[in-house]
Design a protein around this ligand. Sequence first.
Ligand code: PMP
Length: 433
Amino acid sequence: PAESMDAKVILEARRRIVGPNVTLLFDEPIHMVRGEGVHLYDADGNEYLDTVNNVAHVGHCHPKVTAAVTKALMTLNTNSRYLHQDVIRHAQLLLPTLPSSLEAVYWTSSGSEATELAVRIARAACPGALHVAVMDYAYHGHTCLANDLSPLKFNGPGGSGQPSFVHVLPCPDIYRQTNLDGRAAARKVIAEAHAAGARIGAFIAEPILSCGGQVVLPNGYLAAVYEEMRAEGAACIADEIQTGFGRVGRTFWAFQLHGVVPDIVTLGKPIGNGFPMGAVVVSRRLAKAFSNGTAYFATFGGCTAAGAAGVAVMEALQEEQLQGNAAVVGAYFKEQLQIMQQEFEVIGDVRGEGLMLGIELVDSKASKAPATLLANRVKEAAKCRERLLIAIEGPHSNVIKIKPPIVFSLKDVDKYLAALRKVLEEEQPLCPK
Ligand code: PMP
């Protein structure tokens, strides 16, 4: 039987036979056995509200996606070198959601591969411009190049430091009013590359900086950086791996919140609702530059089962009007959190769009000092006492990250708020009246 091992046995086996830095969530890891909608269930039958998983975008084990993938796997699963309608239908559903200049799709098996491919395409379009600009604390993947483009990793524990071909723009912080000028930051890194005798060929950024702590960019920030980067000949890449597919509510893609049009968009996580896949969408000009003599082939990228998963996700989003749900539920969520912010001294900032929200915990509203220990206690207490799964992010690990499956309902929000309130009340004094 699939689940004959109990948590203790699994944990002990992991210690012996799994790579030691394959990490687990929570001090006391949970043995999950089932998922449905916004819920996960452990081996003892306990139900957890999942506010973290942005892969299960249209809901854990969505019946339509699961059926489509199962049917595909039982019928045919081959690579992209035969004619098959599902990848075409996937592209036909995907492209109308994007600006018309983005018209060629490449599939990959993961977000990291999408990052790799995007930079490869950018470099092909701008020969010799090998340097890349990124935002601080960004994460763009675990492969060699993607890791090199991820300050979260190369500057984090065990990191090997900033590679010489990478330039880092500091995270803007609207809450503390620092690093708000995108144009100045872009000019600085462009000059830095010139001083090293090099040129920047690509700028990659998420439209909401997830690992940076659900950082919302100031108005006009991304447009200014894109303008400076394009003047340099660099391609602008929007990493929509966490933010895309209707999550931000107001728009289908988060870059659209900024009124910019990227040259390349990278997709992952939600694109297959758990089926491992990613994609890169580029302009015809970039696709042409990239295809100059080189064939692109990825064994699993654009395989027939991926096509089926991708189509089912796009259809589920449309049929259940989930972008609209993210807008309505996200707006209510943020409004209610802002009300709680008035009450709790430790809620310093509430930010984000749709169902991509962040709650920054601080020691006090006056100091704005990151409340790292408190955030970790809240995370553990929420899980143990309230069966609420939350994640903590940001350079100081003090931002509660909200990125649930976007089928999250108003009732789920109320449940979240009641649980968070209870945990915070037990942990921290309220604002002085
Ligand atoms: N970019 C972003 C913004 C991500 O969050 C991730 C995954 N956490 C990746 C890229 C890499 O995707 P994957 O893990 O599928 O390779």
